[in-house]
Design a protein around this ligand. Structure first.
Ligand code: FES
Ligand code: FES
Length: 165
């Protein structure tokens, strides 16, 4: 099969500026996993229906299987690998552990990135707001009760952190 012509793009992934050669049809989730080594971004449906591939693009939660890598020139991408700092877990990750937000854990990276987006806009969400925000993220283990508890706990931790700044 003839190799497609590649295009050079530059984007920032978890604070690191990367130059990548990508083909026009390559989707972002595959590039993050195959070319950037960020396999924390999971892939399941590949068609925007499960949320397991959710990353933040310029601060907004987006299913990475639904966008082309070539369109990310100059964008700032954040994946689950970018959340902890100096080995310290992000409060959302801590909350996930404490509240048993993961059973098999496959949905967790996408759920956590969506939660980060939710809490950036709504620091003290109601249960209905949490459910609505996570509506596009599916958990095949049906761990939703724990996940909602984890989001509530993460919100509390982050508000507390903010108050102490
Ligand atoms: S793999 Fe992207 S939404 Fe399901
Ligand atoms: S914990 Fe298994 S898919 Fe959600």
């Amino acid at each position: 099969m003839k190799e497609q012509q590649k295009k050079l793009i530059q984007l920032t992934v978890n604070g690191e500026v990367l130059s990548l050669q990508v083909e026009a049809h390559w989707i972002l989730s595959k590039v993050l996993r195959n070319d950037c080594g960020h396999t924390g971004t999971k892939e399941a449906c590949g068609e925007g229906a499960c949320g397991s591939c959710t990353v933040l693009i310029d601060g907004v939660a987006v299913p990475a299987c639904m966008v082309l890598a070539v369109e990310q020139q100059g964008k700032n991408i954040e994946t689950i690998e970018g959340l902890s700092t100096n080995g310290k877990l992000h409060p959302i990750q801590e909350a996930w552990l404490e509240e048993y937000g993961a059973q098999c854990g496959f949905c967790s990276p996408g759920m956590i990135m969506t939660t980060k987006y939710l809490l950036s806009k709504t620091p003290d969400p109601t249960d209905d707001e949490i459910k609505e925000a996570l509506g596009g993220n599916l958990c095949i283990c049906s761990n939703y009760e724990h996940i909602i508890n984890a989001v509530r706990s993460a919100a509390k931790k982050m508000r507390k952190e903010q108050a102490n700044v």
